[in-house]
Design a protein around this ligand. Structure first.
Ligand code: ADP
Ligand code: MG
Ligand code: ZN
Length: 612
């Protein structure tokens, strides 16, 4: 260990410092020790009594203070007196007609009065640092307090490339242009292209965000500074900000390069939410980060990448143009992705001929890349315990039980039954998106659990970005939201709690139509909405008040219910009519876990779409 080596010379240094201090103390005291001190009154008295044999005034030119050495005519002793203003003393002596000599601070004394205190101070500081350093173990905390803790990797240590990142095809394609820019920035600057300064990787833990960032650096062959958001958050105000400054200064010296801030949510949390008092330190750090990101120009060759699994709590300022304006979602892998990840991590682990990675991929729905890597590792440990040099399917099965139970807490292991329910649920949404005229089309449907706790998602691709939401469209939004639950009802004859978010959203939309947008004839054009779109804890909670009576409240609730009921009937009708598509979509989802727009639309081929 490094510590052991250090201790030897360290102890000698320690002894030298102590000896130095002692020697210094003796040295300063030596001169004064055989001289006696005078007060100014005594001095005046001696002079006025004419008992002076000899006076020497010692003064350093730059300062008014000095020292008077006096020999009395009536004894042999040396007397000294420190004075604050030499000129005053000189004048007094002249008035009394006493001869005196002025000398500059003599060599030895000068050392004692000027250099020595500095030396002592330096030694003291060194000693302090030395002790702190030892207490911090091998750490360098005391020395590098405000220094960035970023670790720099240049291309020399083992490189991560895109080949090491399995699956994540679309994500890699998006990052490809960043790699290209870092490799040949001229090409882009020539044609005036603006390359994003910041790329935010968003996704659940263990899905390969850190790995992707490293791969970008590896592919481009540029230095890579990595630091974790929590490294910025220190006990002392200002340290984080100074670390940020330092990090960017280092990066500028090494451009083109990548700065990677892992777990950025630790610093970039929404400011001023007032939770738990002021978080001065974090806010300062975040402000500094924003300043630095605004400070370097476009195409300066620094790309700031960062990763988080909590994009919802980030300060919106961080997502503004010129900062992290590129967002890349890194999701949990689908069946195919899982198989590829298993293949990557099976390298270096000889597999027996009974191992079927495809089958493992199918049973590990909900596993992240890190979970899969862990799975194979555990399997390898089982194999080694059995003194085998290859893995069997059975090792993996045993490992699955072990990590599956552990993984249940962090990610979600999905049972076949849950998977089936989710598939029909999402298919219900998807069919409605497709059939209803003003929503959709469906961009992708997935039953891979997301980091935010949803069992799956159906993502529409809004084609036109309209300024106004119409009543018709809002009704269709509600209809789509109810589709998941309806599909569950139709297929399973029972319902789950999985639709709570949908129901919440449908209700919220219906309520806004009634209380905010005047879309209900019965209620009319009156705003009954208290405008608390975003209730932050600690800010607006106290204001959430109702400003209307019971009767109106009852009418509002009734209208909301009417809207939701009408939409429910409409949704049920459509899903029953296109039952074949619901079925086909669910089956395809069970097989592939994630389907694209093309695959989904193919299900409707040759079918005429109409609501009734
Ligand atoms: P994150 O930063 O998203 O939490 P990491 O990038 O740290 O996740 O991934 C942890 C580990 O999981 C990686 O070191 C790698 O071994 C494995 N892993 C995750 N995703 C992938 C992937 N797509 N391909 C290969 N390995 C992966
Ligand atoms: Mg990470
Ligand atoms: Zn749903």
């Amino acid at each position: 260990m490094e510590n052991g080596k250090r201790r030897g010379p360290g102890n000698i240094l320690f002894v030298i410092m102590i000896l130095g201090l002692l020697a210094g103390m003796w040295y300063t005291n030596r001169w004064d020790s055989n001289a006696k001190r005078l007060t100014y009154q005594e001095f005046e008295k001696i002079v006025e009594d004419q008992k002076v044999e000899d006076v020497v005034i010692i003064q350093n030119n730059d300062v008014p203070t000095g020292r008077v050495k006096l020999t009395r005519s009536d004894d042999d002793a040396q007397w000294v007196l420190n004075v604050s203003d030499v000129n005053e003393v000189c004048q007094f002596l002249r008035e009394e007609n006493v001869e005196y000599t002025m000398t500059d601070v003599p060599g030895e004394d000068w050392f004692a009065s000027a250099i020595y205190p500095i030396v002592v101070m330096l030694m003291g500081v060194l000693l302090l640092l030395f002790i702190m350093n030892r207490q911090a173990g091998a750490g360098n905390k005391a020395m590098n307090f405000g220094k960035s803790r970023a670790k720099m990797h240049d291309g020399s240590d083992k490189k991560v490339t895109f080949a090491d990142v399995a699956g994540l095809q679309e994500e890699k394609e998006e990052l490809e242009e960043i790699v290209d820019f870092l490799k040949a920035p001229k090409k882009y600057i020539q044609v005036g292209a603006r390359i994003p300064k910041g790329v935010l990787l968003v996704g659940p833990p263990g899905t390969g965000k850190t790995l992707l960032a490293k791969a970008v650096a590896g592919e481009a062959g540029v230095p890579f500074f990595t630091i974790s958001g929590s490294d910025f958050v220190e006990m002392f105000v200002g340290v984080g900000a100074s670390r940020v400054r330092d990090l960017f200064a280092d990066a500028k010296k090494n451009a083109p390069c990548i700065i990677f801030i892992d777990e950025i949510d630790a610093v970039a949390r929404r400011r001023g939410t007032g939770m738990g008092g002021g978080h001065d330190e974090r806010e300062q750090t975040l402000n500094q980060l924003l300043v630095e990101m605004d400070g370097f120009g476009v195409n300066e060759g620094i790309i700031v990448m960062s990763a988080t699994n909590r994009v919802d709590i980030l300060d919106p300022a961080i997502l503004r143009p010129g900062r992290f304006d590129r967002k890349v979602g890194v999701g949990r892998p689908d069946v195919k992705g899982r198989e590829e990840i298993l293949k990557v991590h099976a390298k270096g682990k000889p597999l027996g001929d009974d191992v079927d990675l495809k089958q493992i991929a199918q049973t590990t729905s909900g596993f992240s890349g890190a979970d899969l890597e862990n799975l194979l590792n555990e399997a390898a440990i089982y194999a080694a315990k059995d003194n085998r040099v290859f893995l069997r399917q059975d090792d993996i099965r045993r490992a699955f039980v072990k990590v599956g139970i552990g993984a249940e807490k962090k990610s979600k292991v999905v049972s076949e039954k849950e998977k089936k329910i989710t598939a029909y649920h999402e298919a219900g949404h998807a069919v409605l998106f497709h059939v209803l005229p003003d929503v959709g089309p469906v961009y992708s449907v997935s039953i891979i659990p997301t980091g935010m706790g949803a069992a799956g998602y159906t993502m529409p691709l809004p084609e036109k970005n309209e300024m106004f939401n119409t009543k018709g469209r809002m009704l269709q939004d509600i209809t789509v939201a109810l589709g998941g639950r309806i599909a569950e009802e139709i297929i399973f004859d029972d319902i789950t709690t999985g639709a709570s978010q949908d129901i919440k959203q449908a209700t919220a939309t219906a309520r806004a139509m009634v209380t905010k947008y005047g879309m209900s004839d019965k209620i009319g054009l009156i705003n009954y909405d208290s405008d608390n779109d975003e209730v932050f804890i600690g800010r607006d909670l106290a204001h959430a008040q109702r400003s209307y009576g019971e009767q109106i409240a009852g009418m509002i609730d009734e209208e909301v219910k009417n809207i939701v009921d009408t939409c429910y009937k409409r949704a049920r009708h459509i899903i029953e009519k296109y039952h074949f598509a619901l079925e086909a979509c669910a089956q395809l989802l069970l097989e592939k876990e994630k389907i694209t727009r093309e695959e989904f639309e193919a299900l409707f081929e040759g079918v005429e779409i109409s609501e009734d």
